[in-house]
Design a protein around this ligand. Structure first.
Ligand code: PLP
Length: 385
């Protein structure tokens, strides 16, 4: 991050970091550099911008990366074609055959599938552990543990891990702590400042913010790791297009405003559903009786826009509620301006069925949007019947 932008507040960084007006045309908005290649001044004569071929670097993507690094308070960011592409590059950089990863017992289903069904064939093992229990994490560390992979809040049960404590465990074990900050976003939580080595994002979610792009990112302050991630991303070509990079950059400008509103609406819904006769449990770290509430209050600015609920009557009752909402669209993904509802057990987390990470059938996950909060509450109440 350049010196000047490190002094700016979050909202200023979101709008200005990496986003100077175009020097040639004065375009206030970073252009979409839809080009695969760049003119060279003689063989090997790469011009000042340093761009050569768009799998390696592209100016629109570079602007996004500068902005993401500034938002997470890291020295480097790399953008990817998806969150999973970023996860794959991170895991294959940080492990070798014979190595071991500690994964949260409530991890995103795709991350679980990557370890369980793909990296397992390359001899990388994993143990899933409840990351909110630091002693269990310590007990799971092996001599060959290279990565502790943490989500906080978790997807979909909104568990909270103490990031600073896990950073201590990782450092003591000679492992790296990777924090998937997709749910919290850099506006609500800064894992690098808490000691994490790498932050991962599915920029598909809150950073993009409008459900119109799929992307991912890795952010780190470690120069060597950045070079290794950059090498593997270029080697396998896991890059976002200039247009997709631009969409994420545009979305990120309003992240702070959106996260405030997502959090307001989520709090309103939590208040309306807590104690409702058709709901047996509300999962939200902002609730004082949530087991991770104190840690969340310490490491997060607010508690975010994701809420999960357990529906009385079990799986069928939950599926019926999901079929009856009107404003909450029944769809996978999260973090857009519109509200979404989904059944993790049958949708986003179906790949965990039969594993220790399986999500209970009565659980529904809500991605609370930025619509009028009263309308959202009314929609859920009518769906609950
Ligand atoms: N991490 C979390 C917490 C997610 O929710 C997701 C997607 O839902 C991913 C990673 C993967 O991101 P993508 O879908 O952009 O590949």
């Amino acid at each position: 991050m350049p010196d000047e932008s490190s002094r700016w507040g979050f909202e200023t960084r979101a709008i200005h970091a990496g986003q100077q007006p175009d020097s040639r045309t004065g375009s206030v908005i970073v252009p979409i550099y839809a080009t695969s290649t760049f003119l060279q001044d003689g063989v090997g004569g790469v011009r000042d911008g340093g761009h050569e071929y768009s799998r390696t670097t592209n100016p629109t993507r570079s602007a996004l990366e500068e902005a993401l690094a500034a938002l997470e308070g890291g020295r480097h960011a790399l953008a990817f074609a998806s969150g999973m592409a970023a996860s794959d590059v991170a895991l294959r950089t940080l492990t070798r055959p014979g190595d071991h990863v500690i994964l949260g017992s409530d991890a995103y289903g795709g991350t679980f599938r990557l370890l369980d069904k793909v990296l397992a064939h390359w001899g990388v093992g994993y143990t899933s552990v409840n990351l909110s229990d630091v002693d269990s994490v310590k007990a799971a560390v092996r001599p060959n543990t290279k990565v502790i992979w943490c989500e906080s809040p978790t997807n979909p049960l909104l568990g909270i891990a103490d990031i600073a404590a896990l950073a201590g465990v990782a450092a003591g074990a000679g492992a790296r702590l990777v924090v998937d900050n997709t749910f919290a976003t850099p506006y609500l939580q800064s894992p690098l400042g808490l000691g994490a080595d790498v932050v991962l994002h599915s920029t598909t979610k809150y950073l993009g913010g409008h459900s119109d792009v799929v992307g991912g990112a890795l952010i780190t302050s470690d120069d060597e790791l950045r070079e290794q991630f950059f090498f593997l991303r270029n080697a396998v070509g896991a890059v976002p297009s200039p247009f997709d990079s631009w969409l994420v950059l545009r979305g990120a400008k309003t992240l702070a405003l959106r996260m405030e509103r997502h959090s307001d609406n989520a709090e309103r819904i939590v208040e309306a559903l807590t104690g409702h006769p058709k709901i047996t449990k509300v999962y939200y770290p902002g609730l004082p009786d949530h087991p991770g509430h104190e840690i969340a209050a310490k490491q997060m600015r607010r508690f975010g826009g994701m809420v999960s609920i357990a529906v009385a009557g079990g799986e069928q009752a939950a599926l019926d509620v999901a079929a009856r909402t009107k404003l909450f669209f029944l769809a996978e993904s999260l973090g857009g301006v519109e509200s979404l509802i989904e059944h993790p057990g049958k949708m986003t987390h179906a790949s965990t069925t039969g594993s220790p990470l399986q999500v209970p059938g009565d659980v529904l996950r809500l991605s609370v949007g930025i619509e009028d909060g009263a309308d959202l509450v009314a929609d859920l109440l009518q769906a609950l019947g």
